[in-house]
Design a protein around this ligand. Structure first.
Ligand SMILES: Cc1ncc(COP(=O)(O)O)c(C=O)c1O
Length: 444
């Protein structure tokens, strides 16, 4: 047995995320990475078109980040951040983040990832409404196709049913409305309405149907990721903000993927000139070099926590909240992102990637190519006229692309691309070239 096969055999001892043994055959066993490239134990060199899981924005092998982790670990890797104690990196990072994403969000709570961030958001929304004397406002509206993570609340906020099937009964109070998908909107559209208006109306109708006095929050990814890279029409989010304000519903922006430059702005709701009440972040804050996520809350929400009695304290927190090493890595990563202006890189290189991917529309099975900044989706269809989604062909292309040394991610019928933001022009062109070659090979 080769060393590589030996690793594959041993790998069977761990349970992998979102696991079915049938889909975990012949895994890429990654040994190391550099920039946008991954090197596997069987000698492959692969362009990571997904930046890991949409997160390794600074690329692989960054010594500055390793050094930041090393220095902090040596000094003190961890200490409690629970009431009565704190540490310097978490103080500095929270200070740096105050007002960084959105003007009115000046308070940060740290968790270890996106699911914990969203659970923290849901609990904080409940807390807020209880403190405001409206304890009935517990329901959360999310969108079909959304992905918010896998803790129990986040699982049922997620609008992809396959994540629910084996984990019911469902947590009550989470409901889903159509997403503003310009290519295949599955809600109703009134004559003269845009898709953005129709999808926003779906929110208003859901709030009215449930009773505004029972709805506490609406959660949305500004650009939907796992649901197939759905870029909303420009009129959608401003209308959503108005509706949330009208019915006193907190707007939670799940920017776990879109945060920290990915879409061409530091945070994605900036594209539409609005801001959320609660922001969930994770992934790219450390470029995946340490496990860190969290929420930022509006000054008004903070006020309700600040002015509560002892008996109504915000009793929430994780052992690793404000983890010193992770926060030190986050700080260093933010420094790198600012120095290299990651939003500008995402804008410029994203334009190049999108234009390149659009040239593939000449293939009969490429139905739609879309993107914002450096997050793009290529949707595969069996018929361009009917737009019938074709996940089987998407999977074939995904596998063929991997043979051509390109890693993407098949999301239903859509192949996603979200490479590290340090990618250069030549490497962007390489994505298009390799994907084109993969499409040629399956056409043949
Ligand atoms: C939009 C969004 N929210 C939340 C999560 C969950 O984050 P984590 O896997 O770090 O718990 C993800 C993960 O991909 C995500 O894409």
């Amino acid at each position: 047995m080769s060393t590589h096969q030996n690793w594959v055999e041993k790998d069977k001892k761990q349970l992998h995320p979102v696991y079915h043994p049938k889909s975990h055959i012949d895994p890429l066993v990654v040994d190391h990475g550099e920039g946008v490239w991954l090197y596997t134990t069987d000698g492959q060199k692969i362009l990571d078109g997904m930046a890991g899981l949409w997160n390794v924005n600074a690329g692989y092998g960054r010594e500055e980040l390793a050094q930041a982790a090393f220095d902090q670990m040596k000094k003190m890797a961890f200490t409690s951040n629970f009431a009565g104690m704190t540490n310097l990196p978490s103080i500095e990072l929270a200070d740096k983040l105050a007002g960084f994403a959105y003007e009115g969000l000046n308070t940060t709570f740290f968790a270890s990832g996106g699911s914990e961030a969203n659970d923290s958001a849901f609990k904080t929304a409940r807390y807020y409404w209880k403190r405001k004397g409206k304890p009935e406002k517990v329901k959360v509206i999310a969108r079909k196709g959304s992905y918010h993570g896998v803790t129990m609340y986040a699982t049922f906020a997620t609008g992809l049913e396959k994540y629910h099937t084996m984990f019911g009964p469902a947590v009550p109070g989470f409901l889903h409305i159509p997403a503003p998908n310009p290519y295949r909107y599955d809600g109703d559209i009134k004559p003269g309405e845009t898709i953005g208006q129709a999808a926003a109306r779906a929110l208003e109708e859901a709030i009215l149907r449930e009773g505004p006095e029972t709805v506490g929050a609406f959660i949305a990814e500004p650009v939907m990721g796992v649901g197939g890279v759905i870029v909303p029409p420009d009129d959608y989010f401003p209308l959503v903000r108005q509706i949330c304000d009208k019915y006193e519903v907190l707007l939670v922006a799940d920017e776990v993927i879109t945060g920290f430059g990915r879409t061409g702005e530091w945070f994605a709701l900036k594209h539409w000139g609005i801001q959320p009440d609660i922001l969930s972040f994770a992934k790219a804050i450390t470029s995946g070099y340490a496990q860190l996520g969290g929420i930022q809350i509006s000054d008004e929400i903070r006020e309700t926590i600040e002015t509560a009695s002892e008996g109504e304290a915000w009793m929430h927190g994780y052992t690793y909240s404000g983890h010193a090493m992770a926060c030190a890595v986050g700080l260093k990563n933010l420094e790198l992102m600012e120095k290299d202006n990651y939003p500008a890189r995402a804008r410029d290189l994203g334009k190049r990637l999108l234009e390149g991917l659009k040239t593939l529309e000449e293939f009969p099975f490429v139905g739609n190519v879309r993107g914002k900044g450096l997050v793009c989706g290529v949707e595969i269809v069996s018929n361009k006229e009917t737009r019938a989604a074709d996940p089987a062909t998407a999977m074939k292309i995904f596998k063929a692309a991997q043979k051509h040394g390109l890693r993407s991610r098949p999301l239903g019928a859509t192949l996603a691309f979200a490479p590290p933001l340090v990618i250069n022009e030549e490497e962007v062109d390489e994505i298009v070239k390799r994907l084109g070659a993969a499409m040629d090979s399956i056409s043949a």
